[in-house]
Write a protein that binds this ligand. Structure first.
Ligand code: C2E
Ligand code: MG
Ligand code: MG
Length: 743
């Protein structure tokens, strides 16, 4: 923080009062004396006296009682000349105690004067009473009296100065403490003003603070706090200030980036340098010229304000980073959690949360790259931003998802949202149709949920919508149960993986012409401790979603390799196929890790076969084609699983890097019932023959299906008709029974 000070110098002198001169503009001396003649002579002696350019004014009291009242009313009295014997013999002495103890006035100079020194001997009185001097009336000639009063006025002025400095320091400490810990600019500004008015005792005058970003013109600056004569400016801009001398100084302070101290106005200037482009200006207008002392206080306080302002800038910057998405400038997930947590249950019940997820974002990113997806996100954000009411909060909650937090009555329903996003998005001069899946969560339905759970529920609702192939789904409370179950299952799956509790089951692939087993498919099996079998259709997507699939598939592949070895050791050199999930195939390291694992397990690649589903393989075929070809060259088989169900792979069919097409079981199941299914199977078989692929029909359950496939020339089949997937031991036993074994 750069902070400078412009202090006006001798060329431009500041007319100011003596540091501790009394406010009344005259030094006040009180003479307490019951002898009117002595009183008159004293007034006469001090008449016309001046000290440090200010006149000395003599107040008088005829009794100690009267003096007590005058002193209480005039705290600025500097010196009291006090007679000892008045209404009572010790009236003067008792007044000393009243002044020091009851009135708490420690700085007043008390000079005892007595006409009867015998009544109150000097040494005795000086020892017992808190007085500053003791004189015999007889010894006090006029010049002596003036010297005495002058000396005591000087001492009083020093003591008062010190006292003020001490109090000033205390006030500074208090003021600094008050402004530290303020986390928002308006309260910080308000407190700065309060503290300044305490420091300089500005009962009149006024103070105003304004903030600017990016060097806005002065007149545009917003007034964040105002007091005294400036109170009416609060919430306005500095244009309303209408005081040319102040405005000139404000401009000067901004240009020079320095404080400006003048007798009647002070401009404090702060800016946040590297942290942000904010400037902060405080105008202090004093009704009376500020003393050097007050200016010093403001100097020191300005240092405190400066660091407070810097801290605030820093905190704001941090929360900006923590709560904003840097690409879009929109609020982020953290912010949404914070906002949901901040709201009362009643306020939350008035809201709906709509989550909107870009379909196939990962694939779009893989195909077109990051720059493209950044542009896409910006366009989606922009379109949503313009299409929504300004009361609705638009938040980016994930790499490909947004949330809209909205009043329940204004929340956009699925259809208008769909219309808003239906038009293609123009990116890099070409138009792209993008589809979205949306989910809506009524926050009244989830009163007790933690903010992060609310978001998770909405996201699970999106997952469910996708599984059901629906573009939009409204959250229903039973989802919560499902979600909890899923989370529990995920936890168990992690444990099962760690403890090697997943097993493989082998299902034979059978040559249809003679029933000979020509290989197997390894399928993952998971049995919970209570004996329940969790089907792969449940835990595979779960593992994919939780990022566990790589670990799971590596585990299954290792078991597959060992099964291959055990089969070989028992004399059966049969290949075993293993499955891979689409998203892991696109990870760079997948193929190299696969190779390493096979080498470690010392299994010939020709006894392994990779199965990838058609949809997954085709989505970004070009990306994996080379690696698949590499595997084939090593002698490994590559099967396209569930062929016929996914994307049309016909575009690539001529040079598909695969050895086998697996006809999906949905066609097999309908064989003989739907001519379409028969037709599809025939087509696939023709394609296979034409382009040199092996073909395996999946899910053969009946003899009729078996027969039809054989008649159509399908060479290999797999299904419950021959055998269910079973553990290696059962598989070995089956093979050893010797039926239809390879020669
Ligand atoms: P898939 O690769 O197409 O496997 C064939 C599925 O059909 C297996 O289901 C198998 O048990 C079942 N099946 C075999 N014969 C018949 C039959 O005659 N009738 C019927 N109705 N079904 C039959 P499963 O074991 O439930 O596996 C389902 C899917 O889970 C697999 O489909 C595969 O995509 C995936 N999967 C299984 N294990 C793994 C694995 O280790 N890794 C990965 N990434 N996915 C796996
Ligand atoms: Mg398979
Ligand atoms: Mg299949």
């Amino acid at each position: 923080m750069n902070m400078g000070v412009e202090q006006l110098t001798d060329q431009n002198p500041v007319p100011h009062r003596q540091p501790s001169a009394p406010k009344s503009g005259a030094w006040q001396v009180l003479s307490v004396e019951d002898d009117p003649i002595y009183q008159a002579s004293l007034i006469y002696a001090l008449e016309g006296m001046e000290f440090e350019g200010l006149p000395v004014q003599v107040l008088t009291a005829q009794s100690a009682a009267k003096a007590g009242v005058i002193l209480a009313e005039n705290p600025d009295i500097a010196v009291v000349l006090l007679d000892v014997v008045m209404e009572e013999d010790d009236a003067g002495l008792r007044l000393i105690n009243t002044i020091r103890e009851r009135q708490g006035n420690a700085s007043l100079r008390i000079i005892l004067v007595t006409g009867q020194p015998g009544m109150a001997p000097r040494d005795d009185v000086m020892a017992r009473y808190d007085i500053d001097d003791y004189w015999n009336k007889a010894d006090l000639a006029t010049d002596k009296l003036i010297t005495l009063v002058t000396a005591n006025l000087r001492t009083w002025s020093y003591i008062t100065e010190l006292d003020r400095a001490r109090r000033g320091l205390q006030m500074l400490v208090d003021a600094s403490r008050a402004i530290s810990g303020q986390s928002d600019l308006p309260s910080f500004s308000r407190l700065v003003l309060e503290q300044i008015s305490q420091l300089i005792g500005a009962e009149q005058g006024g103070i105003v603070s304004a903030i600017s970003v990016d060097q806005e013109p002065l007149n545009n600056l917003q007034v964040m706090a105002a007091s005294g004569c400036f109170s009416s400016l609060y919430g306005e801009t500095l244009e309303q200030l209408n005081e040319p001398p102040i405005q000139d100084d404000l401009i000067k302070a901004r240009q020079s980036r320095q404080h400006i101290f003048r007798p009647n106005q002070t401009i404090l200037y702060f800016h946040n340098g590297k942290i942000s482009a904010q400037e902060y200006l405080t105008v202090v207008k004093a009704a009376e010229p500020l003393s050097d002392f007050h200016i010093s206080l403001l100097h020191v306080f300005a240092e405190q304000v400066s660091s407070g302002f810097a801290n605030l800038g820093l905190t704001n910057r941090l929360s900006e980073l923590a709560y904003r998405d840097t690409l879009l400038g929109a609020h982020n997930r953290n912010w949404l959690c914070w906002e949901l947590g901040r709201l009362s249950q009643a306020a939350r019940a008035e809201l709906k949360l709509i989550v909107l997820d870009i379909d196939q974002f990962a694939e779009i990113e893989v195909t077109f790259g990051n720059r493209f997806t950044d542009q896409l996100l910006k366009s989606v954000h922009e379109r949503l931003w313009h299409g929504l009411e300004h009361t609705q909060q638009l938040v980016r909650i994930g790499s490909d998802s947004f949330a809209i937090l909205s009043d329940r009555h204004q929340a956009p329903t699925a259809e208008p949202l769909r219309c808003l996003l239906a038009q293609p998005f123009e990116i890099d001069n070409s138009k792209h149709d993008i589809t979205f899946t949306t989910a809506c969560l009524d926050l009244a339905e989830t009163p007790d949920a933690a903010p992060s759970d609310i978001l998770r529920m909405a996201e699970c609702c999106i997952d469910s919508a996708r599984q059901l192939h629906r573009p939009h789904l409204d959250y229903e409370p039973e989802f919560s149960h499902n979600i909890r179950q899923r989370l529990l299952l995920l936890q168990q799956l992690r444990q099962a993986l760690n403890n090697n509790q997943l097993q493989i089951a082998l299902q034979p692939k059978v040559r249809l012409s003679d029933g000979q087993v020509i290989g197997f498919e390894a399928l993952a099996r998971w049995q919970l401790e209570d004996g329940t079998q969790v089907p792969p259709s449940e835990f595979i997507p779960l593992a994919e979603a939780a990022g566990l699939i790589k670990e799971l598939d590596a585990n299954i592949l290792r078991q597959t390799c060992r099964a291959v070895r055990q089969l070989s050791e028992s004399g059966f050199n049969l290949p075993i196929a293993f499955n891979a999930s689409g998203n892991e195939l696109f990870q760079e390291e997948y193929f190299s890790e696969l190779q390493t694992l096979i080498e470690e397990e010392q299994v010939p690649p020709s006894l392994l076969e990779l199965e990838i589903t058609e949809t997954q393989a085709m989505e970004s075929y070009e990306q994996i084609e080379t690696q698949l070809r590499g595997l084939i060259q090593m002698g490994m088989g590559v099967s396209i699983d569930d062929f016929g169900t996914g994307y049309s792979s016909l575009a690539h069919i001529t040079n598909l890097a695969a050895t086998t097409l697996k006809i999906d079981q949905s066609f097999v199941r309908k064989l003989g019932q739907s001519s379409d299914a028969d037709h599809a199977v025939e087509m696939i078989l023709r394609i296979s023959a034409r382009f040199g692929f092996n073909t395996v029909a999946e899910g053969i359950e009946t003899e009729e299906q078996h027969q039809r496939l054989r008649d159509k020339g399908c060479p290999v089949g797999q299904g419950y008709l021959f055998a269910k997937p079973q553990p290696l031991s059962a598989t070995l036993a089956m093979l050893k029974q010797g039926l239809n074994l390879p020669q």
